[in-house]
Design a protein around this ligand. Structure first.
Ligand SMILES: *Cc1c(COP(=O)(O)O)cnc(C)c1O
Length: 404
């Protein structure tokens, strides 16, 4: 090795042996070197015993996968490029032409449109079930049903389903059940032990974009399992589809994980305080937050999210929705949202900044208007990390716009 240009590339480097620090190292690679052809042939990408190629994992992504698996009470985890990609991966790993998948009617919207679009085009049919009725779920399961999705609380309308009964139906009928655990984030309940006696979903998909990232600046998802065979199936699909996450993004999530529990609790407390305050405001016909006693599915929330919490308050994500009384027009509700200064208008949640989204056409999102929802325009809030008094003052000043 005499040429300067070769020396620039091959100059010996080994990571420091005795270097130990709070954050895991950021290892970036597509290529991973093998010491010999024999080693190359021996290494197995499917277990985490060795490194083969960046797409199959680096020390940084393996560390994040292990932490997400333990956060959610699972054993195995793969990372995906977004939460929606995690949902898509589960569908692609488990379903084939002729199969049917069941989704709750209050599922994350893009998950429903994936079923209506690509899955339908591939000959995979779907039905939407009433998340508040385990009997409705049971009645819809046919010999073609392979997978049931669960979500708790439901997107936008935040009903909390009877998870224990729904998972029980899936177990009794021998169909896989996968939960979208984004709201729970591994904090509110354990998807792999819902009743304290080991009742578990088969898979958990999580938009790490939300709480684990915590910054509103990273897109990532995960699929967690307990069963080795199921994990293998997901991992094979993951490999064949070529899903890999950027290591700098993985680093950002690793950096945020240690504060996840603190952030989750703080955003929970802020959202509950604001939701209770909203109950007092005459402009709102209904306030939806599973920890409020009048909210749909409150008892189910208490059952799976209550006992685990030492303070006896239970845990919930920092999300709540209000239904603005039907006497106000959608335009007035838009003006209310536009009038907010601290709450920014934008999708997603879990970051430091409070957010608001009006959903004026709930009928387009659901099969039928659920009987437990008041009529009016729905507005969803997510609390960030600002002081609650400031957020409340912001709501107060913007409510002035509704009057006019
Ligand atoms: C945001 C979200 C997703 C999708 O996550 P992305 O990373 O934005 O794709 C999936 N499910 C739920 C419940 C979500 O809130």
């Amino acid at each position: 090795m005499t040429d300067f240009s070769t020396h620039l590339i091959h100059h010996p480097y080994a990571p420091p042996d005795e270097f130990s620090a709070p954050q895991p190292g950021v290892f970036k690679a597509s290529t991973v070197f093998f010491p010999s052809v024999a080693a190359m042939r021996q290494r197995e990408w499917k277990d985490k015993s060795a490194y083969t190629y960046g797409l199959h994992g680096t020390p940084t992504t393996f560390t994040l996968e292990a932490r997400i698996a333990s956060l959610e009470g699972g054993q195995h985890c793969v990372l995906t490029t977004s939460g929606l990609a995690a949902i898509a991966l589960v569908n692609m790993a488990l379903l084939k032409t002729g199969d049917e998948v069941l989704l709750p009617d209050n599922a994350y919207g893009p998950s429903k449109t994936l079923a209506e679009g690509e899955l339908a085009a591939w000959g995979i049919t779907h039905q939407f079930y009433d998340p508040m009725s385990p009997d409705d779920l049971a009645a819809r399961i046919t010999p073609r049903t392979r997978l049931v999705w669960l979500e708790a609380a439901g997107s936008v309308t935040l009903e909390f389903p009877d998870l224990i009964a729904l998972v029980g139906v899936c177990k009794a009928r021998g169909v896989w059940c996968a939960i979208d655990d984004t709201w729970g984030a591994g904090m509110a309940y354990n998807p792999f032990d819902l009743d304290g006696q080991g009742l578990a979903v088969d898979l958990s998909a999580h938009a790490l974009t939300k709480y684990p990232s915590g910054g509103g600046d990273v897109l990532m998802g995960s699929v967690t399992t307990r069963d080795a065979a199921l994990h293998q199936r997901v991992q094979l699909a993951h490999m064949r589809l070529g899903i890999g996450v950027g290591v700098n993004d993985a680093e950002a999530v690793l950096r945020s994980l240690p504060s996840l529990a603190l952030r989750y609790r703080a955003q929970d407390q802020a959202a509950r305080a604001l939701a209770r305050w909203c109950l007092e405001q005459p402009q709102f016909a209904q306030v939806l937050h599973p920890a409020l006693s009048g909210s749909p599915g409150h008892a189910h929330w208490r059952q799976v999210c209550g006992p685990a919490d030492a303070r006896g308050e239970g845990a919930a994500a920092g999300l709540f929705s209000v239904i603005v009384d039907a006497r106000y027009t959608p335009q007035q509700v838009d003006a209310f949202c536009d009038g907010l200064k601290l709450f920014k208008i934008g999708y997603s949640w879990g970051g430091p900044i409070s957010l608001v989204v009006p959903y004026d056409d709930l009928t387009a999102m659901r099969q039928a208007w659920p009987a437990h929802l008041a009529r009016g325009t729905l507005v969803r809030f997510s609390s960030g990390l600002e002081a609650v008094a400031d957020l409340q003052a912001d709501l107060t000043q913007a409510l002035g716009r509704l009057a006019g």
